[in-house]
Design a protein around this ligand. Structure first.
Ligand code: CA
Length: 446
């Protein structure tokens, strides 16, 4: 349906504009420089743009993972927003897992990889610094936040009734017992040292459970999670929708906490690109950003969410039963342990949330991810002193601003900081003083 609409729309642009084409082509003669003599819908889209906003290329290859975080990328393509801004050849490429995405961006699209796409934090920083790419530094730019919220921690059914909820006071004994018996609680995520591991660690540590000594942490590819929870290879799992809800619906587990409960309006996943691609194609980068921003606004109109689900759940994209996404997308969660949540402000959000703009990549959030990396010993202690310079290099909020202004979007944040953040346990993170946050935490490695 969506594919059909999209194709029809493109055909419509091509035919409807055909009569006006000769005059348009005359006016645009010789420019933009990359125009081929053949009349294509791509050229029409490019000609309709202001001359200084014509992208250097119409082509880009973006990686994504089949979770709600990817919705703005899929929608930008399927609803024609990429084409509207002249990016008529955007390849949205499903990645087998986060490791594959990393390997593909390392080689770039010319070698069969990708130019950028969807990332957990702080992956673009770790790739830029060569930390997860065998010391090969591949400079990347963080350009836009895809979403806030939309993730959860799911726990296996056999642990129901043990007090494993947002606050786990009642489960303290359980963690002590499993540790003493040498059968530690196993919590999994899809890629180490990024969002999903941070959410598990934050949740447990805030509850007085040391994730490094009291439990076992492991990496499990998303596709194997349901099976691993069924067989007991893991007890808990942190990931994006539709996985947590699927675990509840298949009656193999329950949701102990939504990440939106751990940290309301928390930063989640991002669009980041190879720096060499952006430096070579600054206008195409901004075209892409405008398209994704417009898609994010479309996604945040709850009247569109039914259509959004229809589009993303197709075989080409997530390949899931649309029913699994219906309730989480509206902020309705059957937590599976008797608890229910019905609150649109707890749903995955793409343009606006309780704290303001979602799409804008706040530098203060990058700083939290780097600070949290220091907290758990993933990055050396002196990284905190270097963090500000590194963030200035990697986070290109300036390009986001330029794109938003060119497109005439409102809600442009005035600061690179969202200010003081507060977590469910009352802990505060002041981006002006990350050391004070580290000092305030009882459980940490640093
Ligand atoms: Ca996620």
């Amino acid at each position: 349906m969506s594919n059909f609409n999209h194709l029809s729309r493109r055909r419509f642009i091509a035919t409807a504009s055909a009569t006006a084409l000769s005059s348009v082509l005359l006016k645009a003669c010789g420019n933009p420089p990359e125009d081929k003599p053949t009349i294509t819908s791509a050229n029409v889209a490019r000609i309709n743009l202001p001359a200084d906003q014509v992208p250097e290329t119409t082509k880009v290859k973006l990686g994504y993972l089949p979770i709600v975080e990817a919705a703005p990328l899929v929608i930008a393509k399927e609803k024609g927003f990429f084409a509207k801004y002249g990016m008529t050849d955007v390849d949205i490429s499903k990645q087998a897992n986060w490791g594959a995405a990393r390997d593909n961006v390392k080689i770039g699209s010319a070698a069969g990889g990708i130019d950028g796409g969807q990332w957990q934090m702080p992956m673009p920083y770790l790739i830029s610094e060569g930390i997860i790419t065998d010391n090969l530094k591949v400079p990347m730019y963080v350009l836009l936040q895809l979403n806030t919220q939309g993730n959860a921690i799911a726990v296996a059914d056999k642990h129901k009734g043990k007090g494993l909820t947002l606050k786990v006071e009642k489960a303290k004994e359980f963690f002590e017992k499993t540790k003493a018996e040498g059968a530690k609680f196993k919590a999994a995520y899809t890629f180490p040292k990024a969002n999903q591991e941070f959410w598990i660690r934050y949740w447990l540590a805030a509850n007085g459970v040391d994730p490094d000594t009291d439990i076992e942490l492991l990496t499990v590819p998303a596709a194997q999670t349901v099976a691993n929870m069924k067989t007991g290879t893991m007890d808990a799992f942190s990931t994006g929708d539709p996985w947590p809800y699927r675990i509840v619906k298949e009656k193999i587990g329950f949701i102990s906490a939504l990440t939106a409960e751990i940290w309301k309006a928390h930063p989640e996943e991002y669009l980041a690109m190879r720096a060499d691609w952006v430096d070579k194609n600054p206008k195409a980068t901004k075209s892409m950003l405008k398209a994704i921003m417009e898609a994010q606004q479309w996604c945040d109109n709850f009247d569109n969410r039914k259509e959004l689900i229809q589009i993303v759940s197709t075989k080409n994209y997530f390949g899931v039963d649309p029913e699994i996404l219906q309730e989480p997308m509206m902020g309705k969660y059957d937590m599976g342990d008797g608890r229910t949540i019905d609150d649109k402000s707890m749903a995955p959000l793409y343009w606006k949330d309780a704290k303001g703009n979602v799409s804008y990549p706040y530098q203060s959030h990058d700083l939290w991810f780097l600070t949290e990396s220091v907290r758990w010993g993933f990055l050396p202690k002196d990284s905190l002193a270097k963090a500000k310079d590194l963030i200035k290099k990697v986070n290109r909020e300036d390009l986001w601003r330029e794109a938003a202004k060119e497109a005439g979007f409102s809600d442009i944040p005035t600061s690179t900081s969202r200010g003081i953040e507060e977590f469910f346990d009352g802990t505060k993170f002041d981006p002006e003083n990350p050391q004070a946050y580290l000092d305030s935490l009882k459980i940490k490695k640093a």
